[in-house]
Design a protein. Sequence first.
Length: 313
Amino acid sequence: MVTAHANGITIAYETSGNPLDPPVLLIMGLGMQLIAWPQDLVDGLVEQGYYVIRFDNRDIGLSSKFHQHKKPILLWAYLKSLVGFRQSAAYTLNDMADDALGLLDALGVARAHVVGASMGGMIAQIFAARFASRTLSLTSIMSSSGRRGLPGPSAAARGAMMRSADAADRQAVIERAVAVLKVIGSPSFPTPERTLRANIERALERGTNPDGVARQLVAIVASGDRTPWLRKIRCPALVIHGAADVLVPVACGVDTAQAIPGARLHVIEGMGHDLPQQLVERLLALLDHHLRGNMTPELPPLAAHRAGSGTHH
C-alpha cells in the first residue's frame, strides 16, 4: 500500500488510471476503507478517461490512527447533540477535508472532481466550500447537510447501528456487520449475503479500528450544520440519493441540493444506503455527464429527478 505524509498524518491511498487525465477524488464514509468503493465503479471511471484517487480517511484502514484519544462514549455524545452542547472531538470533518487537500498536494494535483459518499459526502461538501480553487466539481452521494431538524435513521437502522459486538470475536463482528448492511442496503438492488461477508472479511483482514469509527462519528456530530458552507459552493454540484435510504433519509439529500446554489438532485428509487453492483453503470453514466459538464437539459437545478429502473440521459 502506498502512503503519503499529508496534514501531519500518514494517509494510505491508491490511484488508478492516467495521471494526465482529469482527477477524481473519491472520499468514503463512516468507518469504510478505500476498498469500499466498488471496483467496477473505479474501473469504469478510468475507462471513461479519469484519474481516480482513493484513500483511507484518518483513523481507519491503513491511515494514521488517533489512539492517543480515548474511545468516545457515543450515547453521551448523542445526548449532548440533542441539547446542542459542544462536543469534545478528537478532530472534525474540517480536519478530514484538510487531509484530502494534503493528499492532493502530495500527489501534485492542482484541481480535482470531488466525490463523496455518506460521511465522505460531508467531507466533500466542506472541501468544495473551503477550497474552491482546488475543486472542479462536487458530487455528494447519500449524504446530508447536517441541519438540525432533518429526519434521522429509522428505528431499525438505529438499532442495527447501535448493536455492539465483541471486537475480539471475529465471527460476531462479521454477523453484526452483515446485519447492519442488510438493514441499510438497497431493497430493490440487494447484495447477496455471500458478497457482503466477503467484503466484510476483506476489510477486517486489511485493517480494523472500532475506536476510530466512534471518533469519526463524533466528528460528524461535532461539525454540526454545514448549510452556511453549502451556500458558498460555486462549482457544479450533483447530489445523488436513494429514495429508500433508511440511514440518511432522502429528505437529507433534498435539503443538501437546496442549500447548494445551482445544484442538481438525482433521486434513485429503490436505492438505500449503499452502492450496489446493479447501480454501478447508472452511477457511472450520472458521474460522467456531471464531470464533463453536460448534464441533461431536462434536469433543471433543484429538480428531484426520480426515476425507475432505467438510466435517464
